[in-house]
Ligand binder design. Structure first.
Ligand SMILES: Cc1cc2nc3c(=O)[nH]c(=O)nc-3n(C[C@H](O)[C@H](O)[C@H](O)COP(=O)(O)O)c2cc1C
Ligand SMILES: O=C(O)C(=O)c1ccccc1
Length: 345
C-alpha cells in the first residue's frame, strides 16, 4: 500500500505544492466569506454512524446505477471547468481516470477540451453539464452537439445566473493563464451566463433533445417540486462547492428535505464536501443515490493525471467498503437513514 497517498487529503497536500498559485487559489476558493465552503465539510462532522454488528457478508457490493447506467461505486466526477489548469492533459486525463475507476464523468460546458474530443476518449459513461448562456442559442447548440457526440444526459446547472464572487481569488489579484480557453466555443466568443431563465427552460430544452434532463444546484423542497413538475429525471443537491451563494445551506443539510420532496419519483444525488468514504456513506444514508466529487478529483489529476484520478476513486472505494463492512451493510441499498445520528457538539 502506498502510504504516502492513503487519504484524499494527502493528494490535496501534494497538489498544493505542484499547482500554479493562481490555479490553486481559483479551485480552492469559495465565494464571499466562504461560510458555505467551510460548512459543506463541517456539516459532515455532525453526522455519526449507528453501526450494526454481526451482519454476515462477503465483500460488500458497492455498485449501483444512475438513470439505468451501471457504475462500480456510488461516486462520480462532477463537472469542473478549466481542467488544464491542474494537468496538461486536463479533461483527457480525468475522463480516462474516471473510466478506469468504472464510473461516470460529467463534462463541463467550460472545459478546456471540446465536448467532442472528450467523448472521443470514451471509456466511461458521459453526461454533459450545460450552463444557461446568453444568447440562448449558445446553450441550444451545446445540447445538440452533446446529443450528437453520444452523451447520455444533460446536467443543467441552475445555481449560476451570475458567476459567484470568488473574493479570495480576486483579493490576490490572480488571473488565469492565457492558454486556458473554453474549448467548446470559438476564440471570439466569451459566453456569459444568463439570469433571465425561469423553470420553462426545461420545457424549452425538451424541444431540443430526447436526453434525460438533470437539474444541478437545488437546495430546497420547493424547487424539488418545481423540477419534478417540469419533468427532470434527476436532481443534484449542490451549492456549487460553496462558489455561488455564500451562506447557502450546506449540501448534506439540504439533502433530506430534497429527498423527502422527491418522494422517490426522481433520483437525487449530492455534491459538496465529499472527502472520505464515510462522507459518501453519510450522503447515501441521507437519501442520495450517489455523489459527485469536484476538488478531490482535481487533486488526483494534479498529482498523477489519469492514474491520480483513478486513485482518488480507489481511496473513496476502499474507505466506503470498510464503512459498509464495519456498519453491517452488504450493499449500497442497505445504507439507510436509521444508520445515521446527528450530534450537534
Ligand atoms: C474549479 C471548479 C470549477 C467548477 N466548474 C464547474 C462547472 O463548470 N460547471 C458546474 O456545474 N459546476 C462547476 N463546479 C462545481 C462542481 O461541479 C461541484 O458542484 C463542486 O466542486 C462540489 O464540491 P467539492 O469541490 O467540495 O467536491 C466547479 C467547481 C470547482 C471547484
Ligand atoms: O468556477 C466555477 O465554479 C465554475 O463554475 C466555472 C465557470 C466558468 C469556467 C470555469 C469554471
Amino acid at each position: 500500500m502506498d502510504t504516502q497517498y492513503i487519504q484524499t487529503k494527502q493528494y490535496e497536500e501534494a497538489a498544493r505544492s505542484l499547482v500554479d498559485a493562481a490555479a490553486w487559489c481559483y479551485a480552492e476558493s469559495g465565494c464571499g466569506n466562504e461560510q458555505t465552503l467551510r460548512a459543506n465539510i463541517a456539516a459532515f462532522e455532525h453526522l455519526y454512524i449507528r453501526p450494526r454488528m454481526l451482519v454476515p457478508m462477503d465483500a460488500p457490493d458497492l455498485s449501483t446505477t444512475v438513470l439505468g447506467t451501471s457504475i462500480s461505486l456510488p461516486v462520480m466526477a462532477a463537472p469542473v471547468g478549466f481542467q488544464q489548469l491542474w494537468h496538461p492533459e486536463g479533461e483527457r486525463a480525468s475522463v480516462q481516470g474516471t473510466g478506469q475507476a468504472q464510473t461516470l464523468y460529467v463534462a463541463s460546458s467550460s472545459a478546456t477540451t471540446s465536448l467532442e474530443e472528450i467523448a472521443g476518449r470514451v471509456c466511461s459513461p458521459l453526461w454533459f453539464q450545460l450552463y444557461l448562456f446568453e444568447p440562448r442559442s449558445l446553450s441550444a447548440q451545446l445540447v445538440q452537439r452533446a446529443q450528437q457526440a453520444g452523451y447520455q444526459a444533460i446536467v443543467v446547472t441552475v445555481d449560476t445566473p451570475y458567476y459567484g464572487r470568488k473574493e479570495r481569488f480576486w483579493r490576490n489579484q490572480y488571473s488565469l493563464p492565457e492558454h486556458i480557453r473554453k474549448a467548446n466555443f470559438s476564440d471570439d466568443v466569451d459566453p456569459m451566463v444568463s439570469s433571465t431563465f425561469d423553470w420553462g427552460v426545461f420545457d424549452w430544452l425538451r424541444t431540443l433533445t430526447d436526453l434525460p434532463l438533470i437539474v444541478k444546484g437545488i437546495l430546497t423542497a420547493e424547487d424539488t417540486c418545481k423540477a419534478i413538475e417540469h419533468g427532470v429525471a434527476a436532481i443534484v443537491v449542490s451549492n456549487h462547492g460553496g462558489r455561488q451563494l455564500d451562506a447557502a445551506l450546506p449540501s448534506i443539510v439540504a439533502l433530506p428535505e430534497v429527498v423527502g420532496a422527491a418522494r422517490g419519483e426522481v433520483e437525487v444525488y449530492l455534491d459538496g464536501g465529499i472527502r472520505t468514504g464515510t462522507d459518501v456513506f453519510k450522503a447515501l444514508a441521507s437519501g442520495a443515490r450517489a455523489v459527485f466529487i469536484g476538488r478531490s478529483l482535481l487533486w488526483g489529476l494534479a498529482v498523477q493525471g489519469a492514474e491520480g484520478v483513478n486513485q482518488i476513486f480507489a481511496i473513496l472505494r476502499e474507505e466506503l467498503e470498510y464503512a459498509m463492512v464495519l456498519s453491517g451493510c452488504p450493499d449500497v441499498n442497505c445504507i439507510t437513514s436509521d444508520l445515521l445520528k446527528e450530534c450537534n457538539w
